[in-house]
Design a protein around this ligand. Structure first.
Ligand code: JHZ
Length: 384
């Protein structure tokens, strides 16, 4: 496993011994799926953090829609966002009503500059107490793709219950374990994704904090996510929606509570690896150039697990400025700045950012029209 850090030298992570064994665990009690090897938090989330939520069109649109929904449904006086990244969500809220928490200095700077009160700290009980002292309680806590990145869940939820008002609502969203199993999207497992939640495991975890899920939304973002609406158990004003039970039953149907499910998943992942390598090798025998599209954190798992190097994928293109001319962690594959010329001169592109397939297919209409083809491993390796 490689850390989601883009460096200037090829294979740099390997050279610096920053290579971790990626292994997935299953807790039979809570049914929680997690990584066995946790990486020091400062190595992952610091002022060089490469990911920006606003780099796609999809995410800002999704955040705008959600913000409208939050305002209409809950009309919060104060909203706190844990993991506010570059402000893609919070920008839809009034500065006076919002508090941002973002440990990555380079990102915190962006929301600060835009006038949002931003704590450039890791989320924990200590910070929660500090914020409460200044702002008192908040009505809404929102967190996307962040809670599953924090090792100490006890600390996370204690911090949340400390600052959430009695009738307050916690909204979190993260990739769905069920979608990962269905799509064989094993690349959802990488260093930052310490946990992959399901409604089942989250329900079990929340019990300890007297919290419960009262509504759930299935989202197409990030390869299939779940948005959980959570309240205090003793808040009887908010009724538990049917959707919660439906999701729990669905997860039962797919046997997410059984260890055997994960053994079957393992064998599907191994087959996926074999098929993907075969496709790439066959194209290379025909002397085709293959470009990687979107140097995602996820793709690092694929490339390192399948041992794909620049003899199979020539280079990646990505729109993120911080990734330009750097190497995909643990590989000798360079990331080039996205430009139309590179795309029009290629015939095959491997979809690293498969979770943005619709957006990318729309954007690359010309490439597809000219006979260009995409390669994806979701839900099984194939050329589209
Ligand atoms: P994307 C990151 O994961 C890290 P990643 C993190 N751990 C997490 O949970 C999720 O985000 C939310 C590029 N791109 O969103 C931009 C193009 O080049 O799948 C990004 O580098 N052109 C916090 O990295 C990457 O692809 C495009 O047209 O797996 C997408 O990264 C589009 C749409 C994207 O997250």
């Amino acid at each position: 496993m490689q850390i989601n850090i883009y460096l200037n030298q090829e294979n740099s992570a390997k050279k610096n011994n920053e290579l971790y064994h990626l292994e997935v665990m299953f807790d039979t009690k809570t049914k929680l799926v997690s990584l066995n090897k946790k990486i020091p938090v400062k190595k992952m989330f610091n002022s060089n953090y490469p990911y920006r939520s606003s780099m796609s069109k999809t995410m800002p649109i999704a955040f705008k829609k959600l913000s409208k929904h939050i305002i209409k449904r809950f009309n919060p006086k104060k909203i706190l966002e844990i993991g506010s990244n570059d402000g893609a969500l919070i920008q839809n809220f009034n500065r006076d009503n919002a508090i941002c928490v973002e440990p990555c200095g380079n990102l915190a700077k962006i929301t600060k500059r835009r006038g949002y009160f931003t704590y450039s700290n890791y989320w924990n009980i200590k910070l929660s107490k500090k914020i409460r002292k200044k702002f008192n309680v908040v009505d809404i806590i929102y967190s996307a793709n962040t809670i599953t990145h924090i090792e100490n869940l006890d600390n996370v939820f204690k911090g949340i219950t400390n600052i959430l008002s009695k009738k307050g609502v916690l909204i979190i969203e993260d990739p769905s374990l069920l979608e990962c199993i269905k799509k064989v999207s094993y690349d959802q497992f990488y260093n930052e994704h310490i946990y992959l939640f399901s409604a089942t495991s989250l329900t079990n975890i929340l019990k300890k904090f007297d919290l419960e899920i009262f509504d759930i939304q299935q989202l197409s973002t990030h390869g299939g996510s779940l948005r959980y609406y959570i309240k205090r158990k003793n808040n009887k004003d908010l009724k538990i929606k049917k959707k919660v039970l439906i999701q729990l039953n669905l997860e039962k149907k797919y046997q997410l509570h059984k260890f055997s499910t994960y053994l079957k998943f393992k064998s599907k992942v191994n087959n996926s690896k074999i098929r993907l390598i075969k496709i790439l090798k066959n194209l290379k025998l025909l002397k085709k150039t293959i470009i990687g599209y979107g140097a995602t954190a996820k793709v690092t798992t694929i490339l390192n697990f399948c041992k794909i190097d620049n003899s199979l994928i020539d280079y990646f293109v990505d729109t993120t400025p911080d990734k330009k001319n750097k190497y995909v962690p643990g590989t000798n594959i360079v990331v080039k700045k996205y430009n139309k010329k590179l795309i029009s001169s290629s015939q095959y592109m491997f979809l690293g950012a498969w979770n943005f397939k619709n957006e990318i297919f729309k954007k690359e209409r010309k490439f597809l029209k000219k006979g260009g083809r995409f390669i994806t491993h979701i839900p099984f390796p194939r050329i589209i």
